[in-house]
Write a protein that binds this ligand. Structure first.
Ligand code: GLC
Length: 476
């Protein structure tokens, strides 16, 4: 199939979060299954030096009611994939991908989505599927499925996209791209009657949902949660209009980057057969985190953005209590200053047990995964989550809340085939009880923990499986 892949981040090109991992791994996996995938990205300021890119075609223009949007088109090869870039001041002049200098994000990404469709037309690349991701590109579904392109004669061949189907992957429905219609001049009055609005505000994600043929949240549990009023961030109503369109597909894990036997970022490699290297990574982590190098003390790690989503609302109230136990904890992350300041304060009080590193370093992230005994992910919500998959591969027992992709990837200690610890209630007390249970089990039944570790290390979440499931959705 011909797949036009519209996403705002692709790892190795531009990355601010987990979205970029999918932006690279999924197109590669689809290509390996024989599909032709073209990715289109905005040419952000960080990329505007154009290193390694070629000019793909002459300057293009979109005329939309008396306004002309001129843009350049660059091209780059990424692991055999064709990546095209839309070069327009909306992106090349803004400090960061999502900063709204001058124009609203809705206007910027709507223009980008139109430009991407124009590029496909110019390349004569007739997509079977336009695959959009999150609020950034979801309005492309509207442009394909409505008469917008014809009304503005934006492409010369009215039938070009006539048989194209649209798929929307939802990575995080908490962000919906909401914006006053007056801030989106690329949409005319007629479009205002067709897109999803609330009180004069456009909602890009909901618009994308309405015009998608299929909707794929990034895990089966998240697919259920977004149909539920509590977990849907307010999109349940539009989803309920067509629930048959929803298919949760769990993301894969990139084991070429995350395998402890080949990882070049950790000081000692290891595998399930020989965990000596893991013990050495633990001492290296203790040393680097300025904690006492003790083999027997349970070491807990956590790497994430310091935001509410990640469960700091449950962790903060109980952190000092938890640190009364014979444990060590290392947290690395940046984000909300209210959270990071409190973490610094608690770390000062319990310097012998807890180190907080306010930074993000890939090397240290890998060392925390390899050197910790347990990995904390008490998320409020987690559409998929990647670190729990890394933890399983690294023999580091994940501790997760039963939500989204966490619930789909970690099997709780109460079951025979357990790989981690899962707590359910969204409360600090539920987390504390879970942590206390772990401290007890690791002292009294280390063999139980070893068994879980062994099972976790044998677990695989491949991109090949995810790509196969997307292929089924595309075919459908
Ligand atoms: C978002 C979600 C995360 C998911 C990632 C990739 O960052 O918060 O759970 O793993 O997208 O789909």
């Amino acid at each position: 199939m011909n797949i036009l892949f519209l996403i705002s981040e692709v790892e190795d090109i531009i990355k601010t979060g987990g979205l970029a991992d999918v932006g690279k791994a999924l197109p590669i996996a689809l290509q390996e299954r024989g599909h032709k995938v073209i990715i289109v990205l905005p040419l952000y300021k960080a990329l505007s030096d154009g290193v390694g890119m070629a000019t793909a075609m002459p300057e293009q223009v979109l005329h939309v009611h008396n306004q002309a949007y001129h843009f350049g088109v660059k091209q780059l090869d990424l692991h055999g994939l064709d990546v095209y870039f839309v070069d327009h001041p909306y992106f090349s002049h803004n400090a960061s991908p999502y900063s709204e200098e001058g124009s609203s994000n809705a206007q910027r990404f709507a223009m980008f989505s139109l430009a991407a469709l124009k590029i496909a037309r110019e390349l004569n690349f007739k997509p079977d599927i336009v695959h959009t991701h999150d609020w950034h590109t979801s309005i492309a579904n509207y442009f394909i499925k409505s008469n917008y392109l014809q009304r503005h004669t934006l492409i010369d061949d009215a039938a070009f996209f006539a048989s194209t189907k649209t798929v929307l992957t939802i990575h995080n429905a908490a962000f919906q791209g909401v914006c006053a219609l007056s801030q989106v001049p690329i949409l005319d009055a007629y479009a205002h009657t067709q897109v999803n609005t609330d009180n004069g505000y456009l909602n890009l994600l909901k618009t994308g949902i309405v015009y998608a043929d299929r909707i794929c949240p990034v895990s089966p549990s998240y697919a259920k949660e977004i149909q539920d009023h509590i977990g849907s961030h307010g999109i349940a109503d539009v989803i309920h209009q067509a629930p048959h369109k929803v298919f949760g597909i769990l993301n894969g894990c990139d084991y070429s980057q995350w395998d402890p036997s080949t990882d070049t970022l950790i000081p000692h490699n290891y595998s399930a057969d020989n965990l000596e290297g893991k013990a050495k990574c633990k001492s290296a982590l203790q040393k680097q985190a300025k904690l006492k190098a003790q083999k027997s003390i349970p070491l807990f790690g956590m790497v994430c953005r310091a935001t509410q989503q990640k469960g700091f609302g449950y962790l903060m109230p109980i952190l000092s209590d938890f640190l009364q136990h014979r444990v060590q904890l290392v947290i690395m992350g940046t984000g909300d200053p209210v959270i990071t300041q409190e973490l610094h304060q608690i770390a000062e009080k319990h310097a012998d047990r807890f180190t907080f590193i306010e930074a993000f370093s890939p090397e240290f992230a890998h060392l925390i995964e390899a050197g910790s005994d347990f990995f904390l992910m008490p998320s409020e919500f987690e559409p998929c989550g990647l670190n729990q998959m890394y933890s399983l591969a690294y023999g580091t027992i994940p501790i997760v809340r039963e939500v989204g992709g966490l619930a789909d990837t970690v099997i709780d200690a109460q079951y025979e085939n357990a790989t981690g610890f899962v707590f359910k209630d969204p409360t600090p007390l539920a987390l504390l009880n879970c942590l206390r249970k772990i401290v007890l089990i690791s002292q009294e039944q280390p063999q139980v923990i070893a068994k879980m570790q062994e099972r976790g290390m044998a677990t695989r979440f491949t991109w090949e499986r995810a790509a196969q499931q997307y292929e089924m959705v595309y075919e459908d």
